[in-house]
Design a protein around this ligand. Structure first.
Ligand code: SAM
Length: 283
């Protein structure tokens, strides 16, 4: 069956500058990534696949946790982010350019843990990637992923979308969010269909703080690798900028602009007797 591909997401808008901003500003993703890693309870000597590793912060933490006898493979489609990630090497960590479309070359049953932190909601063919993860995991291996939720857009999208719409950019909430957020019950079904057991899907609320509107937009642009609707600045669109500032006023706190994000943290175990990998023969 032909796999669906996203018509919205482009990997061509990233730049070395956006990659550097992501490395500096991705504390929000780091916080729930660390929580996910804690839940997965990595052990010394384990092998880990981090799919969509970005600039590699979480992959490095995974490498520290599995120790010198373990190994982490970090795949990331954006070459500038891989280049940055490689500038902080670890002996047991390999960064490669690649994404969910190019997993065929990896041998089946080669990982104890696979991880997708803030990546799943960018992928159009979600059943396909879950099938691949089940193929790549050893029997009993663990999957961990975090994703946005379809009926719970982040607060920033609810605040900014009406402002952008009023200024004629026609930006709906969906354009300010990754394109494939999870429908939890559908995701549970997909996990079971892929051969996962004991799926746990927990909704978490995270509160992020931004020093100002500029910092919020920078975080978005780098987290969306250039796909976030841009073109608003204090100089070129001063009215829009002022209105966005006003819309954020109710969220200003002593720590900065406080905005809630809602994420589904998902863990599951590949069944010990998962169905055979495509093309293999079960004896
Ligand atoms: C918000 S960043 C998260 C990066 C990293 N996982 C972290 O926790 O910091 C989203 C990442 O997903 C990657 N991504 C998007 N679509 C992907 C796909 N189809 N396969 C693999 N990675 C993908 C992007 O290139 C980007 O680096």
């Amino acid at each position: 069956m032909e796999r669906p591909t996203s018509t919205i997401v482009s990997f061509d808008h990233d730049t070395p500058a956006l990659a550097r901003v992501y490395a500096r500003r991705s504390t929000p993703q780091w916080r729930h990534g660390r929580l996910l890693l804690d839940t997965l309870a990595l052990q010394e000597g384990e092998s880990v696949l981090d799919l969509g590793a970005g600039t590699g912060e979480l992959a490095r933490l995974a490498a520290d946790r599995v120790g010198p006898s373990g190994a982490v493979l970090a795949l990331e489609p954006l070459a500038d982010r891989v280049a940055l990630a490689r500038s902080k090497p670890r002996n047991n960590l390999r960064f490669e350019v690649g994404g969910s479309e190019r997993l065929d070359g990896l041998p089946a049953r080669s990982f104890d843990v696979v991880l997708l932190n803030s990546v799943f909601h960018w992928i159009a063919d979600q059943q396909g990637v879950l099938d691949d993860m089940a193929r790549l995991l050893k029997p009993g291996g663990r999957l961990g992923l975090s994703t946005g939720i379809a009926d719970r857009p982040h607060q920033q999208a609810m605040v900014l979308a009406p402002v952008l719409t009023r200024h004629g950019t026609g930006t709906p909430v969906a354009r300010l969010s990754p394109p494939h957020p999870a429908h939890p019950e559908e995701l549970r079904r997909q996990l079971l269909a892929a051969g996962f057991e004991q799926p746990r899907l927990d909704t978490h609320t995270f509160v992020d703080h931004f020093s100002d509107l500029g910092a919020l937009l920078e975080w978005n642009a780098s987290s969306f690798f250039g796909n976030f609707p841009g073109g608003f600045s204090p100089h070129q669109t001063p009215d829009l900028w002022r209105e966005a500032e006003r819309a954020l006023d109710p969220h200003r706190t002593r720590e900065g602009i406080a905005l809630e994000r809602y994420l589904l943290l998902v863990t599951a175990r590949r069944a010990a007797s998962a169905r055979p990998a495509a093309g293999s023969i079960q004896l």
